[in-house]
Design a protein around this ligand. Structure first.
Ligand code: GUN
Ligand code: FE
Length: 432
């Protein structure tokens, strides 16, 4: 594979506290991996192909750790309900359509094209219960060059008839997809019990067997909404808190053989202390989705508390609970929500800073993708997932430092036509 070197205004994080900034610097990529970041060009780069992005920002690619592909058609509408009513009136109605080949091809083509053009370089994606549509989505994502986990959703209770599988079919189709997509390089399956209310104990037990057999990662929803938590309590009086309903099946960071199970739990807005402690102990990742939590009036997640406990917090759009695919908007709203938590809930919990939020969306989320390879930092040996941003489309009279230009780009992202991503590299491959 080629050796390339990018010239431009480089900005990245070695820790969550402060950006490293190099004006007119050089980022060398060898065989899809970061070789190093340099202040000056020297003759050892002579066999690298130079790409000149002078005056543009060169930054790590953003990772969306929770997004529903089939909900893309209705994002930005019907936001007047809380979770359970919103699911019944919107999400479930849309997801029922994914048996229809013409429909799912059209919807997923749009989704993949939009994701490719966005700031997202990697994503962990929910599909629907449908096998054929999910395989189609995975094949299209593989062609896009993005790196993704994709889950066929499992649902065998408390769902509309057209979205209720038999337990056997749910397990069989999940295993079928794992086998059928083994040849894909950048697109991997992930176990995706939708959430406890839609999965019987038998189904969870079957998913545990698949987890052990194939060593699969897991994604689901947890403690998003108060009504949902009450529902889980009534369905599982034996569980002293929500996460137990995943944990007893070895689907919450650790298997029952005590092996690590990569687990991404969306929301965790209302996790009790015991639940938080188990997340920390088992290394469970949180997919914090502030825009979704706003739109569905779910609440304000105590993110500073999670960070203090050492919980791995990542950021996510949660389309279509979240209305936008822009991870820049998610970074900004995570900061804003943390300010409301500090102001309205607990004034000892400092708001997030811009570098902290950027670190969550790159380095921390990158750890979830380490089954592919190292990613999320500009360090030697990490995958070269890179965004090139043209902030000249946002003229200002100010002479700003590079990190301020990046912060401004994030905040003003909605002002830029088509998001302003000038170029995008995933694993060193230029997608556009
Ligand atoms: N909980 C179960 N399903 C969903 C979903 O599709 N979106 C959100 N936000 N929460 C859920
Ligand atoms: Fe979700």
């Amino acid at each position: 594979m080629s050796k390339i070197i990018l010239k431009g205004d480089i900005c990245y994080l070695e820790s969550p506290t402060k950006f490293t900034k190099i004006k007119s610097g050089f980022l060398a990529i060898n065989n899809g991996k970061i070789e190093g970041v340099y202040i000056e060009y020297d003759s050892s780069f002579n066999d690298y192909k130079l790409i000149d992005y002078s005056n543009k920002l060169i930054v790590p690619g953003l990772i969306d750790t929770h997004i529903h592909a089939p909900q893309n058609p209705f994002r930005g509408i019907s936001m007047d309900d809380e979770l359970i009513d919103w699911l019944n009136k919107n999400a479930f109605c849309e997801e029922q359509k994914y048996t229809e080949e013409d429909y799912y091809k059209k919807a997923y083509d749009i989704f993949v094209e939009e994701l490719k053009k966005s700031a997202t370089t990697r994503a962990s994606i929910f599909a629907t219960i449908h096998k054929d549509a999910t395989i189609y989505l995975m094949q299209q994502l593989e062609k896009s060059g993005l790196v993704t986990f994709v889950g066929k959703v499992n649902m065998d209770r408390n769902s509309p008839d057209l979205l209720t599988e038999t337990t056997e079919n749910s397990i069989f189709d999940t295993a079928f997809i794992v086998e059928d997509t083994k040849n894909l390089v950048n697109t991997k399956p992930i176990l995706t019990p939708r959430f406890t209310p839609s999965c019987t104990k038998e189904l969870m037990h079957g998913l545990e067997s698949l987890q052990v057999r194939y060593n699969l990662p897991v994604q689901s929803h947890l403690s998003e909404n108060l009504e949902e938590i009450e529902l889980v309590k009534s369905l599982h009086p034996e569980a002293d808190f929500y996460a137990k309903t995943y944990d007893i099946y070895g689907l919450f960071g650790k298997s029952n053989q005590n092996l690590p199970v990569k687990t991404m739990m969306a929301h965790c807005v209302w996790s009790c202390e015991k639940e938080q402690d188990l997340m920390a102990k088992n290394g469970v990742f949180v997919a914090h989705s502030p825009l979704s939590n706003l739109n569905l009036s779910s609440g304000i997640a105590p993110i500073r508390t999670y960070l203090e406990k050492g919980i791995k917090v990542t950021l996510a759009t949660d389309v279509a609970g979240g209305h936008t695919k822009s991870m820049f908007s998610v970074i900004v709203s995570a900061i804003q929500m943390s300010k409301m938590y500090w102001r309205l809930v607990d004034n000892t919990k400092k708001p997030l800073t811009f570098p902290e939020a950027y670190y969550m969306a790159t380095a921390v989320a990158g750890e979830f993708f380490q089954d592919f390879s190292l990613v999320g930092k500009f360090e030697k040996g990490y995958d070269a997932d890179i965004l090139v941003l043209d902030d000249s489309v946002l003229p200002t009279t100010l002479d700003l430092d590079i990190d301020k230009r990046l912060e401004r780009f994030a905040y003003l992202n909605g002002d830029i036509r088509q998001g302003g991503i000038y170029a995008k590299f995933v694993k060193g491959v230029k997608l556009f």
